[in-house]
Design a protein around this ligand. Structure first.
Ligand SMILES: Cc1ncc(COP(=O)(O)O)c(C=O)c1O
Length: 429
């Protein structure tokens, strides 16, 4: 259980750091690395870890804070007094502080994903899975595309939003819903709020595509614009929430959202049980962490790859450094992928995702164009990010996927996450 902590404190990330700080990082990393199946196990592990640390280090270290998405989050308190009460509370298994909650975070269980699927299925589409002989020939793989671009509201986002909003009590929805979104989550929230007949306030960056603003307003959502940064989104959302009393449905740092997004991969693996790997775009990580849980819940050894624009590469940096990296803004053409991971999604991805693959802006554009031309379906740039890495020469081979028992080319599932594109600059103009 404690092996990885030791290796982390000796690892390159902590070289040259004071021992206390190395131990803090080790503890923090450890908590995110290990997500024991039962909360009691987690609490016990935490208590044990803290006590061992105390036995070894008699120095009085300082409490450290890290900034995640504009929020200051304490790294588990390592003042001796704090640690003792932390350990005691953890051992009793209740009354955990917010920092402890994130330290022993439990991702949604399989039952929560099943419940989400049962809850939302009557309202949403079971989206089709398409294939393309020409894309197979170009990549040397057997490709399957889960078409969430053909989903209600034009993206997978309705899965998480409807799961959250349909599971809320009358009291919770009474004053409406508030969220922040680059567009697709906003449309999904506005749509699901309309099903519950309650108002929805959607905080959007000023540079969101007009088609997404119009869609939200079409569902009856009230759009509130803000500066295009994660910090401004959060501050504006907080203000609207304070003014209206509306319930926040976060676009990804929310278990109800993650469980809902997991249903896309669940359907994918239910329909194609022998997929070797699944590819999904990543921004805040709700879709990708849900994809890990939904796909691996059905086929434990399926590989899951996240795909991300080079210009918004915080997930790649977070997973390679082992520390959650923030990214306040990005100008990538993939407008749905400008946010950054949150504690929940980071914790799930650290455990389950195989790798993050990066793509350039040119690669995103040419992948989108190829899909439009060959497959005759509209995908938005954020969706194209999931197929773009596979079109690069040698990438499929470099994934080191196990040889298939049937000797065939690898079967790869790609989630086309959305199809909401601003068509105003196309040929009819
Ligand atoms: C079309 C599309 N794909 C992917 C994503 C990324 O989803 P997540 O923020 O859950 O990583 C988004 C997010 O807005 C999106 O709109």
């Amino acid at each position: 259980m404690f092996g990885p902590v030791r290796s982390y404190t000796e690892g390159s990330e902590t070289q040259g750091r004071p021992k206390v700080e190395a131990a803090q990082l080790a503890a923090f990393s450890h908590f995110h690395c290990f997500l024991p199946p039962r909360e009691e196990t987690a609490a016990q592990a935490l208590a044990n870890l803290v006590e061992r640390w105390l036995q070894r280090n008699r120095a009085s270290p300082t409490v450290k804070y890290q900034t995640f998405n504009g929020q200051s989050v304490p790294v588990p308190s390592l003042s001796e007094q704090g640690l003792h009460s932390y350990a005691a509370r953890a051992r009793r298994g209740h009354g955990l502080s917010p920092s402890t909650e994130s330290a022993i975070y439990q991702p949604p269980r399989w039952e929560a994903i099943l419940a989400a699927h049962a809850r939302i299925s009557p309202r949403i589409h079971r989206t089709p899975i398409l294939t393309s002989a020409s894309l197979n020939a170009m990549t040397g793989a057997q490709l399957f595309f889960k078409c969430e671009n053909l989903q209600k509201t034009g993206s997978f986002k309705i899965r998480g939003a409807s799961n959250a909003i349909l599971s809320m009590t009358e009291k919770e929805v009474a004053k409406g819903i508030v969220t922040h979104s680059s567009g697709n989550h906003g449309a999904a929230v506005a749509c699901a709020a309309a099903w519950r007949r309650v108002p929805a306030w959607i905080v959007m960056p000023q540079n969101a595509p007009a088609v997404k603003v119009n869609a939200i307003e079409g569902y009856g959502g009230k759009v509130v614009f803000c500066e295009p940064s994660v910090t401004a989104r959060k501050a504006t959302c907080d203000r609207v929430q304070a003014e209206t009393g509306a319930h926040l449905v976060h676009p990804y740092d929310d278990d109800r959202i993650i469980a809902g997004q997991a249903t896309a991969a669940k359907e994918f693996l239910e329909d194609l049980g022998d997929l070797d790997a699944v590819f999904a775009p990543v921004s805040g990580g709700g879709l990708l962490s849900g994809t890990c849980l939904g796909a691996k819940g059905i086929r434990a050894n399926v590989r899951v790859f996240g795909c991300e624009p080079e210009r918004a590469d915080d997930a790649y940096r977070s997973l390679t450094t082992g520390t959650l990296q923030s990214q306040d803004s990005s100008d990538t053409i993939a407008d749905g992928l400008r946010a950054s991971l949150a504690p929940r999604t980071f914790a799930i991805l650290r455990r389950h995702v195989d790798r993050i693959l990066l793509v350039s802006e040119e690669e995103i554009i040419s992948a989108a164009r190829l899909v439009w031309e060959r497959m005759k379906i509209i995908i938005e740039p954020s969706s194209a990010v999931a197929i773009a890495p596979l079109l690069k020469p040698g990438v499929v081979a470099s994934l080191n996927l196990p040889r298939r028992a049937d000797g065939g080319a690898p079967k790869l599932g790609v989630i086309f996450s959305g199809g909401n594109v601003d068509l105003s600059s196309l040929l009819w103009n």
